[in-house]
Ligand binder design. Structure first.
Ligand code: FAD
Ligand code: UDP
Length: 372
């Protein structure tokens, strides 16, 4: 029987940050396992044969307004400063998303666009954000037309593909991530810090994990070792329902199928990400060389096809924020709270639609609690 002081299941970003804190500050040994053959979890990236850094599990742009998180990660990476802009295809035209005052000018004839802008500015302050489901509640003929247009052309198709349900049938927090922006700011995020690790996410994670007290064993599922190992503390970043043998039912997830295609052309599209709400079965097309401004005569892109998560068939990518899942999660969380030396964290352990910065913050807070 192997005995370890700290066992971490999963070697994604949450695990890396926690392991680093425990090893650096408490000077304790940490043993990490991951069932995949690489570190980094879903932020894993690699250089392809043309020298382009590809995000294996879809486009990742780091953004935060939390200077603690920014300063923490900045110890392990230099940054390529990058203000993210996303485009969407509407009626054959590439326009800005989130839908903002510029998008209005891009899609409507000038007179109508000006009228809509004026109407919006009568209702909302400049530089405010309005969730689509809120905009649809406004009782004004022209704004109703605008809200329905944005809903039909940018949210309905995309959300139905991504989540398998219409926008109003999933928590508002999902579509609130991309609100209508009463502004001329074309960025996808307004956070103070936005960047891509200069040498990639995997390299940043390797640096975080680079401590003689941290040992990593890949290609190892928790299930395959749990009867042969004891620990003082277990940190579980895998799915919480799996840990408890699904005894309160299975938490649902959305998955994705990525189709990577290399083209013998310098650039394939106008920017890193184009969303396709109304057309095709994929949601977005991502061109990777844009993220670090990499030069090559070839290019590599991915088409993202959302799918239902099915155990054993594909990967869990998105927790599904819906009442039924919140109820099931609550039961698992109550069960987790009864355990004195087992902690759950991460997108799968907490069953939360976390961005990377929230993951880092969560691991840092958990570490502070451990120290008490
Ligand atoms: P994960 O990265 O999921 O790591 C969990 C690890 O645990 C995995 O490696 C898994 O193999 C392992 N594991 C699970 N079960 C077991 C087991 N039983 N035994 C052993 N190992 C196990 N965030 C942003 O901030 N900006 C973005 O642009 C962004 N884009 C995203 C795009 C996509 C398509 C997706 C899916 C996510 C995106 N995110 C983005 C979110 C980001 O990926 C997550 O916040 C972060 O990767 C979560 O880290 P984690 O450690 O919780 O989990
Ligand atoms: N969304 C949409 N159309 C878009 C962009 C986003 O309908 O063009 C909705 C969709 O439901 C999506 C959610 O907003 O899942 C959150 O979008 P985000 O870009 O944050 O998704 P992520 O990058 O996390 O996949």
């Amino acid at each position: 029987m192997k005995h370890v002081k700290n066992l971490i299941v999963g070697c994604g970003l949450s695990a890396a940050v926690l392991a680093e804190r425990i090893a650096s500050e408490l000077k304790e040994e940490v043993f990490i396992i991951d069932k995949r053959d690489h570190v980094g979890g879903n932020i894993y990236d690699y250089k392809d044969r043309n020298g382009i850094t590809v995000h294996r599990y879809g486009p990742h742009v780091f953004h935060t307004s939390d200077s603690k998180v920014w300063d923490y990660l900045s110890q392990f990476t230099k940054w390529h400063y990058f203000m993210y802009q996303v485009k969407a295809m509407i009626d054959g035209k590439i326009v800005n998303i989130p839908f903002n005052l510029n998008t209005i000018q891009e899609v409507f004839p000038k007179a109508l666009a000006n009228r809509l802008e004026e109407k919006l500015l009568e209702q909302f302050d400049f530089n405010t954000k309005v969730p689509i489901l809120e905009l649809r509640k406004i009782k004004d003929k022209e704004l109703e037309f605008l809200a329905n247009y944005i809903y039909d052309k940018t949210f309905l198709g995309y959300t139905t593909k991504q989540w398998g349900v219409r926008p109003e049938d999933i928590d508002e927090s999902v579509t609130n991530r991309v609100p209508i922006y009463i502004s001329r700011d074309n960025r996808y995020f307004q956070d103070k810090y936005q960047a891509i690790p200069l040498c990639g996410y995997t390299e940043m994670v390797r640096k975080i994990l680079d401590n003689p007290l941290i040992t990593i064993q890949l290609n190892t599922d928790f299930d395959s070792i749990k009867n042969d190992i004891t620990y003082e503390r277990l940190f579980y970043t895998g799915p919480i329902d799996e840990y408890f043998g699904y005894k309160f039912g299975e938490l649902s997830y959305r998955s994705l199928r990525f189709e990577f295609v290399e083209y013998a052309t310098e650039y394939y599209q106008l920017g890193p990400q184009i969303n396709y709400s109304e057309n095709y079965d994929f949601t977005r097309v991502v061109e990777y060389k844009y993220y670090l401004d990499e030069i090559s005569s070839k290019t590599i892109i991915s088409y993202e096809y959302p799918q239902e998560f099915e155990r054993g068939k594909n990967e869990r990518y998105y927790p599904v924020p819906k009442d039924i899942n919140h109820e099931i999660y609550k039961k698992y969380n109550e069960e987790a709270n009864k355990l004195s030396n087992v902690y759950f964290l991460g997108r799968l352990g907490d069953y939360k639609y976390y961005n990377m910065d929230q993951i880092v913050a969560r691991a840092l807070v958990l570490f502070e609690e451990l120290k008490k």
